[in-house]
Design a protein around this ligand. Sequence first.
Ligand code: NAP
Ligand code: GLV
Length: 311
Amino acid sequence: MSVLIIAPGLKSEWWASQLLQHAPDMDVCIWPDIGDPKSVEFALAWKPPVGALATFPNLKVVFSLGAGVDHLLGDPDFPQHAVVSRVVDPYLTSGMREYVLLHVLRAHKNQPALDQQQRDHVWDDRAHELRQADEQTIGILGLGELGRNCGETLTALGFDVAGWSRTAKEIPGITCFDDRGGLDAILGRSHILICLLPLTPETEGILNAELFSKLPKGAHLINAARGGHLVEDDLIPALDSGRLAHATLDVFRTEPLPGDHPFWDHPRITVTPHNASITDPRSVARQIVQGIACSARGDDVPNTVDVARGY
Ligand code: NAP
Ligand code: GLV
């Protein structure tokens, strides 16, 4: 039995060394340097080449090296018999909480506009409306591991937080909405809108002109989920018309963001390089070793996704 690491662009050697710390006898191979494909029963994968996983006939479990699994399920040849497990990890959650907090506070304190004032050598302490945290309405699309945790943290700071999910929820301190009717309700009250949805056929392109038109004028958008959620052509018109005040984007349809992409230079777009929260092998390798042991014993593997649902 061997364990394959297939994650071009990630530090595969580091992942291998972390696995071996917890399981010194494990037979670990790194794509494309593999022996007999039939011996591979487990794979740690991040954006594997399309079709590659289909070449391992005995694959039992694919461990996504991130919370999202769209990079796996988007492969038309993804082996349907394999179980898919994803990262749910305290460090991944705290990393996203820090990112969301940073950019919510930037929006709340008008920091993007103040940065512009500095560039223009303008001293104007009255340019912006005074708004307290409890008057700042925040909407979070997605109330899963990450959205819920970010919402609870923002609530603890005194913000007025609402969230939207597919199924109904009750979370103390957070006004919860679900289904499509709930979407309009949350949009109407979100001065800051945060996307933390998985990318699925249902959520692809959800951040579009129609959605922007339902937000309060001058809302801030934070997309830390996937580039495929945003209809990119709809964003700049929404910013230029004042419908949106600012957009903070960590994820893009094409990554790395091409050097000539208009988002780079737009004064009201903040670009970060898909690093809102990064999986830490020092924490997650141990969980994967445990997941492999569960599978080998015939027990359920933790944090599996519903492949048909897409997350
Ligand atoms: P999760 O625990 O699976 O939560 C997903 C949430 O989205 C759930 O609340 C789910 O509703 C909701 N949802 C899914 N489909 C929906 C729909 N059609 N309508 C309404 N709500 C829907 O996922 P997570 O761990 O929080 O992660 C969310 C995403 O963040 C990941 O998929 C990944 O793409 C992204 N991410 C990005 C970074 C980064 O660095 N930028 C890092 C980590 C993760 P239910 O609760 O009703 O099922
Ligand atoms: C990062 O994008 C993740 O899905 O964990």
